[in-house]
Design a protein around this ligand. Structure first.
Ligand SMILES: *[C@@H]1O[C@H](CO)[C@@H](O)[C@H](O)[C@H]1NC(C)=O
Ligand SMILES: *[C@@H]1O[C@H](CO)[C@@H](O)[C@H](O)[C@H]1NC(C)=O
Length: 186
């Protein structure tokens, strides 16, 4: 009965249609990647490849609840390719160091749905150029040392982002994620 009333109220106000979740700007993560190393189809049937993230930054949005300015020390990505669709499942782990010397773990899982522009960057095509957002969505997590309580908010919240490939003037590839914190109950 209660559930029915809640449904009726939210249906009238439109809250149900929009959902109870809101997003707040959190940070931008940029990681420079090496060309993926193909591992090939594995026994389970999907394709796999490996990519090293060699440099990058994690910088908070102006006014974000957690202020962070960090340099990526190292990162790696085991990529699974769905058979058939070519959709890529990203699984990244890395460590970063803040300007004040705190080292923390960051990770994310993402789904990339490659389009022509995306594939041009990955294959270093002559007419490759930085992509618009749209091909990558991701979910970011952190492990923060006890000694850095000012960063605990990264550990205690969920972050989602849209990502895209940037093609740098030196023909290197940067993956850029603009992340938001998930807010509930608003
Ligand atoms: C990483 O290094 C490359 C140079 O090889 C540079 O173009 C890029 O801007 C650097 N940073 C990021 C975040 O990719
Ligand atoms: C982050 O730190 C670097 C120095 O390591 C500095 O050049 C840059 O301006 C800082 N960015 C922000 C947004 O504070």
């Amino acid at each position: 009965m209660l559930a029915y009333f809640l449904f009726a109220i939210t249906a009238v106000t439109g809250v149900l249609a929009a959902g109870p979740v809101e997003l707040e700007p959190a940070f931008t993560l940029r990681v420079g990647i090496e060309n993926p190393i193909p591992i090939g189809p594995v026994i389970q049937g999907y394709g796999m490849s490996y990519t090293v993230g060699r440099n990058g930054t994690i910088v908070s949005a102006p006014g974000a609840a957690v202020s962070v300015n960090a340099t990526i020390i190292a990162a790696n990505d085991i990529i699974h390719a769905d058979p058939g669709s070519g959709r890529l499942r990203l699984n990244v782990h890395g460590v970063a160091r803040t300007t004040s010397g705190t080292i923390f773990q960051f990770g994310y899982t993402g789904i990339a749905t490659p389009n022509e522009e995306f594939n041009k960057v990955l294959s270093h095509a002559p007419d490759a150029k930085s992509n618009e957002f749209g091909a990558i969505v991701s979910h970011h997590t952190f492990e923060i040392p006890v000694a850095a309580p000012e960063l605990a908010g990264l550990n205690n919240n969920l972050f989602v982002s849209a990502g895209r490939l940037l093609y740098n003037p030196d023909r290197s590839i940067t993956v850029e994620y603009v992340a938001s914190k998930v807010l509930t109950g608003k």
